[in-house]
Design a protein around this ligand. Structure first.
Ligand SMILES: [Zn+2]
Length: 357
């Protein structure tokens, strides 16, 4: 299967990456301590684990559509989506981070990008109070923010434990807290839907997706969104559907439990390739599609990374998913790319999450 060839081929600076890996050489004591502290906070409020949905698999047909979507997926300005839950707004700015190619102006969702308007400097992190809460003190993520060039600009969002932050780190050992978290600013991006599930993303991720899809279209690549925001309740229903079909053990090998899925943050999406058909949707062969190649090469310029990269299975806890993109913001995504780091766990200097504890 031509799964890993492209990704491996484009990995830059292998020597540099290897050096970084040696430097990180985790688990490191600092990372563990911070991780445990973060985990303690997270798990202190966690309830008994309920079943949930895999980060990348499509919803079974029997699964009910989540209640927050609307059937209108026609192209048009991103529409605001009412939410009863307030949350910190994303504050990513694009200054100093112009995509490498022309892109359409994004359709604006509700005005949530104003941020705090404050500069992230002066900046000095300490081991006791790292700049980015939850990330290891000497991690690349921490260093990027210490440089003063990172986004988001809103200091309140410099927290990988905050599901409302573009920096949120969610994996099998880091559930969302609260577990039923709902993003405050979900919008329908003006992009092509690749399934019956209407696209729904946080406003910052939606605007970035619009720019990215438009740039890809200019290159003749028709990216679609197969699945994006999924609520906790939807994941419960879908997971139960999988369990009914193939049992818990098999389901757990491919599905995330509810409250453990990046899709619940509104920052993740599974893409398709309209020109390639559906044969490779959610399959390893998707890596060979034009859409997968395009996002692997250019996604960082729009703030997206391929979250579950080949070769990172023991770190991310998931097999490679060349269709699952995570919005981290342009500066973080580009820094990961430049450094040749292909898991967010490593970038944040935290231990991997190969399974549930
Ligand atoms: Zn996914």
């Amino acid at each position: 299967m031509p799964v890993v060839g492209f990704h491996q081929a484009r990995r830059p600076r292998q020597t540099h990456r290897a050096r970084i890996k040696r430097e990180l050489s985790w688990p490191r004591p600092g990372g563990i301590a911070l991780s445990l502290a973060g985990a303690a906070i997270i798990f202190s409020g966690a309830q008994a684990l309920a079943p949930g949905v895999d980060p990348g698999l499509p919803s079974p047909a029997a699964a009910p559509a989540h209640s927050l979507t609307t059937p209108d997926t026609s192209a048009g300005p991103a529409r605001s989506f009412a939410s009863t839950q307030s949350s910190a707004s994303p504050a990513e700015t694009q200054s100093g981070a112009t995509p490498s190619r022309p892109a359409q102006q994004p359709s604006k969702g509700p005005s949530t990008l104003s941020g705090a308007g404050s500069s992230p400097s002066p900046i000095t992190g300490t081991a006791a109070a790292p700049l980015v809460a939850g990330a290891a003190a000497d991690s690349p993520l921490q260093k990027l923010f210490e440089s003063g060039n990172a986004t988001p600009k809103d200091r309140a969002l410099w927290d990988i434990n905050d599901p409302g932050s573009p920096l949120a780190l969610v994996n099998k050992r880091r559930p969302l807290h609260p577990e039923a978290y709902v993003p405050a600013n979900l919008v329908v991006p003006a992009v092509e839907a690749g399934s019956a599930e209407p696209p729904l993303l946080r406003a910052d991720a939606a605007a970035a997706a619009e720019r990215m899809f438009a740039a890809a279209a200019a290159d003749g690549v028709r990216i679609t969104i197969k699945s994006s925001y999924r609520s906790f309740d939807t994941q419960v229903s879908v997971y139960n559907g999988y369990v009914a079909n193939k049992g818990t053990a098999a389901t757990d090998t491919t599905s995330a439990r509810p409250g453990f899925s990046e899709h619940q943050t509104g920052l993740a999406m599974d893409i398709g390739d309209a020109n390639a058909g559906t044969a490779c949707d959610f399959s390893s062969c998707f890596a060979s599609t034009a859409a997968a190649r395009w996002v692997a090469a250019h996604g960082a310029d729009y703030g997206f990374v391929v979250r579950y990269a080949p070769g990172e299975e023991s770190v991310t806890g998931y097999l490679a998913e060349p269709w699952h993109l995570r919005y981290l913001g342009i500066t973080v995504a580009r820094d990961m790319d430049v450094r040749g780091i292909h898991s967010y766990e490593e970038y944040a200097g935290l231990p991997g999450a190969p399974d549930y504890k």
